[in-house]
Design a protein around this ligand. Structure first.
Ligand SMILES: C[S@@+](CC[C@H](N)C(=O)[O-])C[C@H]1O[C@@H](n2cnc3c(N)ncnc32)[C@H](O)[C@@H]1O
Length: 287
C-alpha cells in the first residue's frame, strides 16, 4: 500500500482520485460499499459529525465500508484495525470496482495481534464502529477488548456494533453459502456439517464471497469458512449488551431483528424462541 503521507501529498496536489460507482461488478463489494456503509452512517451519522469526527473501525476487514464512508458519507478520518491484512487489497479493489487510482488518505489501517491493547497508542477517537466482527472474537478476550475500546473513545463518543447472523439464529453458523437448512448447526454433528460443506458444488451467493476467496481456491475457502464457524464465540445479543455495559459503555439505542421461520420440533423448548429467531443486533453505545 502507498504510504499515507504520499497519498495525502498527492491528494493535496490533485484532489481526491475520481471514482465511479457505475463500475461496480462485485456483489460483495456492493453489499459493503452501499448497504453496510449506509447502515453505519445511519446509526453513527445521526450522533457524530462525519466530516470532523475521528473514527476507529474494529475488525475492518478489506476496508470497503470505510472507503464508502469517506466517499459517500463525508468521513475524513478512519483508522481500521484487524488481525488479518485484507485491507492491503483495498487499492486494487478500489481500482477494479470504482476505477479509483488512489485510496483516500483519510483511511489508515493497522494489523493487530488478537487482544493486544490499542489504548494510549493514538489520540482518543470520537467514534468506533464494528461490523460483523464481534461474533468472531475469542470469547475470553471480549471483556478486555471492550475495556480497551472504552479507553480509546473520548468521553461523549459513540460505539456502533452490528452482528449478523447471531449464532443461535437459523443461519448463525455463517455456513449458509454451503448449507441452507435453517438451524442445521444446532441439529447436526460437526462431521455432518463438514460433509455438507465439503460436498457442495456449484456457485455460492456472490454477496457472500469476499476477496479472500481467490487466495484460498474452492476447497481452501470451504476449510477457511468451516474453521471460522468452529471459532465463533456464540455470543447472544443479551451477552453483547452485558459485556459492553460491564466495560463502562451505556446503551444509547439498539435494534434486534428476528426471522419468522418455523422452529424445528427438535429445538423447541431446548432454546428460547427469542434466541432462535434473533438473527441481528444493531447496538449504539455511548461513553
Ligand atoms: C466477517 S469479517 C468482517 C470484516 C468487515 N467488518 C466486513 O464487514 O467485511 C470479521 C473480521 O473480524 C476480524 N477479527 C476477528 N477477531 C478479531 C480481533 N480479536 N481483533 C480484530 N479483528 C478481529 C477478522 O480478521 C475479520 O476481518
Amino acid at each position: 500500500m502507498t504510504a499515507n503521507w504520499l497519498l495525502a501529498l498527492q491528494e493535496r496536489v490533485w484532489g481526491l482520485a475520481p471514482w465511479d460507482a457505475k463500475k461496480i461488478s462485485d456483489e460483495w463489494f456492493r453489499a459493503h460499499f452501499e448497504y453496510a456503509a449506509d447502515v453505519v452512517h445511519h446509526w453513527v451519522g445521526g450522533v457524530l459529525d462525519m466530516p470532523t469526527a475521528k473514527f476507529l473501525n474494529f475488525g475492518c476487514g478489506d476496508g470497503i465500508t470505510d472507503l464508502s464512508l469517506v466517499l459517500r458519507h463525508g468521513a475524513t478520518a478512519i483508522h481500521g484495525v484487524d488481525i488479518r491484512r485484507e485491507y492491503a487489497k483495498l487499492p486494487r479493489i478500489a481500482r477494479e470496482q470504482l476505477g479509483m487510482r488512489r485510496i483516500p488518505s483519510a483511511l489508515t489501517f493497522e494489523t493487530i495481534t488478537p487482544g493486544a491493547p490499542l489504548a494510549g497508542k493514538r489520540d482518543l477517537v470520537d467514534g468506533i464502529m464494528s461490523w460483523s466482527t464481534f461474533e468472531h472474537v475469542q470469547r475470553d478476550q471480549l471483556a478486555a477488548i471492550f475495556a480497551d475500546l472504552y479507553a480509546c473513545l473520548r468521553p461523549g463518543g459513540y460505539f456502533f456494533i452490528q452482528i449478523e447472523p447471531l449464532f443461535y439464529s437459523p443461519f448463525g453458523s455463517h455456513l449458509r453459502r454451503y448449507d441452507d437448512v435453517p438451524w442445521h448447526h444446532l441439529l447436526a454433528s460437526e462431521d455432518e456439517l463438514w460433509k455438507v460443506v465439503q460436498s457442495h458444488e456449484g456457485p455460492i451467493d456472490a454477496a457472500e464471497v469476499d476477496f479472500g476467496f481467490a487466495d484460498f481456491g474452492v476447497d481452501g475457502y470451504k476449510k477457511f469458512v468451516f474453521n471460522e464457524y468452529l471459532a465463533l464465540n456464540r455470543l447472544t445479543a443479551d451477552e453483547l449488551v452485558a459485556v459492553t455495559t460491564q466495560a463502562g459503555f451505556h446503551v444509547v439505542r439498539q435494534e434486534r431483528r428476528h426471522v419468522e421461520l418455523e422452529i424445528p420440533a427438535a429445538l423447541q423448548g431446548k432454546y428460547p424462541d427469542e434466541l432462535l429467531r434473533n438473527n441481528e443486533i444493531f447496538l449504539l453505545l455511548g461513553k
